[in-house]
Design a protein around this ligand. Structure first.
Ligand SMILES: O=C(CO)[C@H](O)[C@H](O)COP(=O)(O)O
Ligand SMILES: [Fe+2]
Length: 227
């Protein structure tokens, strides 16, 4: 039986101490890295040089969430560098399948992300070319925002297709996940939960990861605590 995955977002970590901040969540399944370009979103964070350094500093697989324009040009280098998962936005390209193909050819899992207002129906057909669907539950750009529950209908729709065997991919959610929201997301069929402020905003990030995983496992019919 599968286990809920927790991906702490280093957007809420201390950028001057990223290696230590990765160590602080050693039990996490993925380390979520928000790459923002100040064009696709109105914020600027970090890019390939920092990801390359982080890859050398931690054994936790990196889950790179690219909130950038022109992912066809910029996404494959993150895969070549060694990121486990490279996710880009459906809204940022006219040809998501070819970007996914290039990411996979460069050795990483390919993820598709959709903003809260983007419907999932137009993308259902191409999800078979992806390893992850990242449902944004806040407007991308900033940590610490409030969860938008309406996006859970997208997680539910894709969960049904995974459960029926039509699709095989990780359903991931990002934004506003905390002790109050993780259960609703788990009930909707989410497999992987990104959490920034709910992990790094606490005095014990490792315990926050464990608590979120336990809450998700309890609330979800398709996930259990056995590892
Ligand atoms: O992609 C993101 C924002 O665009 C972050 O991953 C997300 O916001 C995590 O932070 P929090 O859990 O505090 O909402
Ligand atoms: Fe993110």
């Amino acid at each position: 039986m599968a286990t809920p995955m927790i991906a702490p977002s280093i957007l809420s970590a201390d950028f001057a101490r990223l290696a230590e901040e990765a160590d602080a969540v050693a039990g996490a399944d993925w380390l979520h890295v928000d790459v923002m370009d100040a064009h696709f979103v109105p914020n600027l964070t970090l890019g390939l040089p920092v990801v390359t350094s982080l890859l050398a500093a931690t054994d936790i697989p990196l889950d790179c969430h690219l909130m950038i324009d022109d992912p066809g040009r910029w996404a494959p280098p993150y895969a070549e560098a060694g990121a486990h998962n490279v996710t880009f936005h459906a809204e940022a390209t006219d040809d998501p399948r070819s970007v996914a193909r290039d990411i996979r050819a460069a050795g990483a899992k390919a993820g598709l992300s959709v903003k809260p207002g983007t419907p999932i129906e137009p993308y259902l057909e191409i999800l078979k070319d992806f390893d992850t669907l990242l449902v944004m539950s806040v407007e991308p750009g900033f940590g610490g925002q409030s969860f938008i529950p309406e996006v859970l209908s997208k997680a539910k729709a894709v969960r049904r297709l995974v459960d029926s065997g039509e699709l095989r991919l990780v359903v991931e959610i990002d934004g506003g996940i905390n002790a109050d929201t993780v259960e609703a997301a788990a009930e909707a069929g989410v497999d992987c939960f990104v959490a920034g402020s709910a992990v790094y905003g606490t005095s014990d990030p490792a315990e926050a990861v464990r608590a979120l995983r336990a809450s998700a496992a309890k609330a979800s019919p398709h996930l259990s605590l056995s590892r």
